[in-house]
Design a protein around this ligand. Structure first.
Ligand code: MLT
Length: 404
């Protein structure tokens, strides 16, 4: 008898942000008179920058002419974008990454979720705890995580690396030996970062142990401190152990346009197999490329006007981050993050569970955040707020939280 994929059936509940959105909808339906402010999913609110809009218009017009029309994009992305990325995101920072090591995609979420496909099924995965749920859920779907323990909220075959207040929310090297290590810095959800020296230790560890690091750098444009690395390729030896995933969603407001990329260095091999070739094979087979107009928009992100406008956009969100952080700290909350990342991580008051605090925030303040426990067991008694709202909504949300 044909059965559904049994690994999918192991997934507990629904995707974290779908659950949060459903609860918000239900509350709103029951209380249509109440205004609800969403500081939950990290979705941007500022309009697309003018330089990018101009590039989109030009590309749309091109598509309407016989000479300018573009059909399927090249598998791995248009050269104009891959060259720009290699030049501006990497060479300009002293990192050795060539254009043909850049794989353009329709966003980092898909790449984060799909990258595990090029590794064998029984490899051991290590994740930070709390963690962006996509890393774990996609490994569950792939049948790699063993059994789920409801009491602890953990999977038997996943190595969890707790990120706690006492270690500044930075993971320690794991006691058990992983094959695949997911790292995200600046971190989602805690907003924490690590220094270049700390990241170098991970690179050395991976090289010594034959592990591969999946480095999610989706929030790199929010880095404000000098010793925080923007790319894992700033570390010596990263080309033989690390894949880096980047997004246009948060630095350029592309959550609705969809664009990202993954770097797989040619030297990166496991068991004598070059991962570059495998990822290229997967990309070519399963993917038809981000649209031409969106890739042209992505190119405009790196233009002088684009860069200037996006610097202001990032500063706008980081003003929200600072506003949330300082006001909640003044109000007696224990807060972290929000300095190199658009996320603020706060301890729930009176040791409330994350979901109880979620309900209280929604009911008493009309503010939606994300419960820390949704990101993993070490997120229990924590709560995440995003800085991606409008400044006015952020101010209003904080006022209501203070009055709660
Ligand atoms: C988040 O809120 O954690 C992210 O925005 C979700 C995502 O990027 O998929």
């Amino acid at each position: 008898m044909l059965r559904a994929n049994q690994d999918y059936l192991k997934l507990p509940g629904s995707y974290l942000f779908s659950t949060v959105a459903r609860k918000q909808r239900e509350f709103q339906a029951a209380h249509p008179e109440k205004s609800v402010i969403r500081l939950s999913i990290g979705d941007v609110t500022q309009p697309i920058a003018p330089a990018i809009i101009d590039a989109l218009h030009r590309a749309v017009d091109e598509m309407g002419s016989a000479e300018g029309f573009h059909g399927y994009a090249p598998d791995l992305g248009y050269e104009f974008l891959r060259n720009t990325i290699a030049e501006q995101d990497y060479k300009a920072r002293g990192c050795e990454v060539s254009a043909d090591e850049v794989f353009v995609s329709d966003g980092a979420k898909g790449d984060c979720g799909n990258i595990q496909e090029i590794f064998e099924k029984d490899c051991r995965v290590a994740v930070c705890d709390p963690v962006y749920p996509v890393y774990v859920d996609t490994n569950v779907m792939a049948g790699r995580t063993g059994t789920y323990d409801e009491a602890t909220g953990t999977w038997s075959d996943v190595i969890y690396m707790p990120c706690l207040e006492e270690n500044d929310f930075a993971p320690r090297l794991p006691k058990e030996k992983p094959d695949l290590i997911y790292l995200c810095f600046p971190n989602n959800p805690t907003g924490a970062t690590i220094t270049k020296a700390q990241l170098q230790k991970w690179v050395d560890y991976a090289n010594e142990n034959g592990a591969v690091i999946i480095y999610d750098a989706a929030y790199e444009s929010y880095i404000s401190e000098a010793d925080v690395p923007h790319s894992i390729y700033e570390c010596a030896g990263a080309r033989t152990c690390a894949i880096e995933i980047r997004s246009f969603s948060k630095n350029a407001g592309f959550t609705g346009l969809r664009l990202g990329f993954t770097v797989v260095p040619k030297e990166l091999t496991v068991d004598g197999v070059a991962l570059h070739g495998l990822w290229a094979r997967r990309h070519g087979t399963k993917y038809n490329g981000a649209p031409y107009i969106v890739q042209r928009a992505g190119e405009a992100v790196y233009s002088p006007d684009g860069k200037e406008q996006l610097k202001k956009q990032v500063a706008y969100y980081m003003r929200n981050a600072e506003y949330i952080r300082t006001n909640l700290a003044e109000a007696g909350y224990t807060v972290s993050g929000g300095v190199n990342a658009p996320y603020i991580w706060l301890r729930t008051p009176d040791n409330m569970t994350s979901w109880d605090f979620f309900d209280r925030m929604l009911e008493q303040a009309g503010v939606v955040g994300t419960p820390g426990s949704g990101f993993g067991p070490s997120g229990e008694h924590y709560f995440r707020l995003t800085a991606f709202g409008t400044f006015e909504n952020t101010q209003e949300a904080i006022k209501r939280i203070k009055e709660m």
